[in-house]
Design a binder for this molecule. Structure first.
Ligand code: LLP
Length: 419
């Protein structure tokens, strides 16, 4: 059941009126549903039950410590792409043996940090990186568990900024060159080759790209095995889309139905790295109407949330549904919902039809639980917003709103400017 729904014209998050949270915590505020997060995670768990697997939540979608703790408690692992994400995953209690580490630009310190932690595996993106990891592991007298991220050249039919598996992308190693890379990896004394990794893109709404890519990866695994290279893990990345508007992405059970037959008899351990499909529709951004401004051609609703709080509309022209926190029957008006930032690209919705709103009204920007807070910034020196987790009738602040002192934390005035 959907956690954000109306009761008597009032929007609720589970059993708490959204208005109540906005009054207590202020706006803008991200609100997440505990039940929805768990339901989405369990949908994966149940779908892949029977197949040895680990679900490694992609922290880039949402790295709030309380949310990570909730997922960790339920057996979730982590897909990290930086030392910072690794630190958060461990802090949240995700066992190091359930952490995979991707990314094209791992630094020496980050590699050492991950080796020290004893992660499940590095998803390596180039031969240079492979040599670096081998060298650092040698220095630390460790063996680095690795997979190579291959690029299967599959079109995920999604936004070009978030498709990563095409030939021209910076990610991974072209699949045709994989064998030679694995042969090099095998020769390096401080690497322990465990598997293959791929991730073809995000917000994918059909099954086909997953199947096509996995077929290529499994056939590579067979080739590698025939060369005596042990492949135990297949990491199929993330990418399953969510409904933002009227998309009908497959359910994890449809995904598993399509791909598990391909894995049959392979004796593989499967890793999945979902991000958006777990947290995206478990969160909303609630913002308040500041002013209404009418230009001859256009009406603007100026809200207190901007592109620094949720950048997806500005960056990808992404559509987020907007719902009034209190429904009204006033006439419909088409307007742009714009933030206070000094940029023309600062909008959360364009040409959107809503029942007329006035100053002080609250609006919920839906599907904001993934790539929302994690992509937010302090642009225009705006403190980053609060985050709240709702569980049944209770709600908990899981990140305090930043204050002005956070804006100068770490700043130093050199002596010569002090006089
Ligand atoms: N694994 C890897 C290696 C990834 O690069 C990503 C996302 C994921 C897993 C998780 O993908 P998901 O299940 O969330 O689709 N900022 C963009 C999305 C960028 C995704 C980058 N990689 C957005 O707001 O749409």
């Amino acid at each position: 059941m959907h956690a954000f729904k109306y009761k008597n014209s009032e929007l609720y998050a589970e059993d708490v009126p959204v208005r109540k949270i906005a009054e207590a915590v202020g706006t803008p505020v991200y609100i997440y549903s505990h039940d929805t997060l768990l339901r989405h995670f369990n949908a994966y768990r149940e779908a892949f039950n029977g197949q040895p697997h680990t679900i490694c939540f992609a922290l880039k979608a949402n790295s709030n410590l309380a949310i990570l703790r909730l997922l960790a408690r339920n057996g979730c692992g982590a897909d990290v792409v930086s030392g910072g994400e690794l630190h958060l995953a461990l802090k949240a209690g995700i066992p190091s043996g359930k952490i995979v580490y991707a990314g094209v630009g791992k630094t020496e310190n980050e590699i050492a940090q991950a080796l020290k932690a004893g992660i499940l595996m590095f998803n390596i993106e180039s031969s240079d990186e492979m040599l670096a990891i081998n060298e650092i592991a040698g220095r630390m007298k460790k063996k680095a568990p690795i997979a190579l991220r291959v690029n299967p050249d599959i079109d995920p039919e999604t936004h070009p900024y978030i498709s990563t598996g095409l030939k021209e992308s910076k990610f991974g190693i072209p699949i045709e060159e994989a064998l030679e890379h694995y042969q090099l990896a095998r020769k390096l004394p401080n690497l322990n080759v465990l598997g293959i990794h791929k991730h073809i893109g995000s917000q994918i709404t059909t099954i086909r790209p997953f199947v096509d890519a996995l077929q290529k990866v499994i056939s590579l695994a067979k080739t590698l095995r025939s060369h005596g290279i042990a492949i135990d893990y297949i990491d199929m990345g993330g990418g399953l889309g969510i409904p933002y508007r009227n998309e009908h992405p497959p359910h994890p059970s449809e995904l598993s139905k399509a791909i598990l037959p391909l894995m049959k008899d392979g004796n593989f351990n499967l890793i999945l790295e979902p991000g958006r499909s777990i947290s995206g529709n478990a969160g909303v951004l609630v913002t308040k109407v500041l002013y209404i401004k009418k230009h001859p051609q256009k009406e603007f609703v100026i809200i207190d949330g901007g592109m620094n709080d949720l950048i997806r509309p500005s960056l990808y022209n992404a559509y987020h549904n907007v719902l009034p926190v209190k429904k009204n029957n006033r006439k419909k008006v088409v307007s742009d919902l714009v933030g206070p930032i000094c940029e023309s690209g600062d909008f959360l919705a364009k040409n959107r039809e809503l029942n007329k709103v006035s100053r002080g009204d609250l609006l919920a920007v839906m599907s904001a639980g993934a790539y929302g807070f994690t992509m937010s910034s302090n642009y225009n020196s705006r403190p980053r917003v609060a985050e709240v987790l709702v569980k049944g009738r209770e709600f908990f602040v899981i990140r305090e709103r930043e204050t002005y002192s956070d804006l100068i934390r770490g700043s130093r005035i050199p002596e010569f400017l002090k006089q």
